[in-house]
Ligand binder design. Structure first.
Ligand code: AMP
Length: 209
C-alpha cells in the first residue's frame, strides 16, 4: 500500500508512521529525517537546507522532490511505503502523482494550540535521534537518552517562535493538499488530538476502511 501521512508539524506523523511501517512491513520515509541525516553528514544539500529548517521554512521543492524520487526507486519500496512529511506543497504532490499511485492519505488532525503545547516539550537525542517528550515520553534519566546515553536537546525548529512559523507555513502551503487528495477520493481523516494509543487505533482502522 502506498500511503501518505498528512498533518501539521507535531501532529504525530512520525509516531504513526512507525506503527504503520511495522504493521504493514513497509518502509517509513521521512523527508525531515533524510534532510537532518544529510546535514549531519555535511553534504552540500544538507548545508543548503539548514537555514530553511532553522527558520521553520520549507526546503525548496526541487530539492525534496529529488530526494524522494531517488528513495522511492529503491527496492524496499516495491510493496509500498508510508511518506511522513512529504508532500508539503501542491508542486510536490503533483510531482509525486507522476511518480506513483497513492492508495490512501491519512489526515491527522490536531489543533494549533495542542501542537504548540506538544512541541515545546519535545526533546531529541543529539547522538542517535531518538525522540522523547517532557510530559508524554520521559527518558529514564533527565536529559539523557535511554538508548545510547546521548544528550537530549530541543531541536531549533521546535522552539515556540519557529513552531508558530511552521504552523503558518502548514496552513498556507500544506493544508491545500487535503483538497488535492480528496479529488482523488483517497483521504481518511483521523483525530490525532487524544492519547497516542487512541490515534494509533484510529489510524489502523483507517487503513482497513
Ligand atoms: P519534519 O521533521 O518533517 O517536521 O521536517 C523538518 C524540516 O525539514 C521542515 O520544517 C522543513 O524545513 C524540512 N522539510 C521536511 N520535509 C519537507 C518537504 N516535504 N518540503 C520542504 N521542506 C521539508
Amino acid at each position: 500500500m502506498n500511503l501518505i501521512l498528512l498533518g501539521a508539524p507535531g501532529a504525530g506523523k512520525g509516531t504513526q508512521a512507525e506503527v504503520i511501517c511495522q504493521h504493514l512491513s513497509i518502509p517509513a520515509i521521512s523527508t525531515g529525517n533524510m534532510i537532518r541525516e544529510a546535514l549531519k553528514s555535511g553534504t552540500e544539500m544538507g548545508l543548503k537546507a539548514k537555514s530553511f529548517m532553522d527558520a521553520g521554512k520549507l526546503v525548496p521543492d526541487e530539492v525534496v522532490i529529488g530526494i524522494v524520487k531517488e528513495r522511492l526507486a529503491q527496492d524496499d519500496c516495491k510493496n509500498g511505503f508510508v511518506l511522513d512529511g512529504f508532500p508539503r506543497t501542491i508542486p510536490q504532490a503533483e510531482a509525486l502523482d507522476k511518480m506513483v499511485k497513492i492508495d490512501k492519505v491519512i489526515d491527522l488532525e490536531v489543533s494549533d494550540e495542542a501542537i504548540i503545547a506538544r512541541m515545546s516539550g519535545r526533546r531529541v537525542c543529539e547522538k542517535c535521534g531518538a525522540t522523547y517528550h517532557l510530559l508524554y515520553k520521559k527518558p529514564k534519566a533527565e536529559g539523557v537518552c535511554d538508548i545510547c546515553g546521548g544528550t537530549l536537546i530541543q531541536r531549533k525548529d521546535d522552539h515556540p517562535d519557529t513552531v508558530k512559523a511552521r504552523l503558518e507555513v502548514y496552513h498556507k502551503e500544506t493544508e491545500p493538499l487535503i483538497a488535492h487528495y480528496k479529488k482523488q477520493g483517497v483521504v481518511k481523516r483521523v483525530d490525532g488530538q487524544e492519547e497516542v494509543a487512541d490515534t494509533t487505533r484510529l489510524t489502523l482502522a483507517a487503513l482497513e476502511a
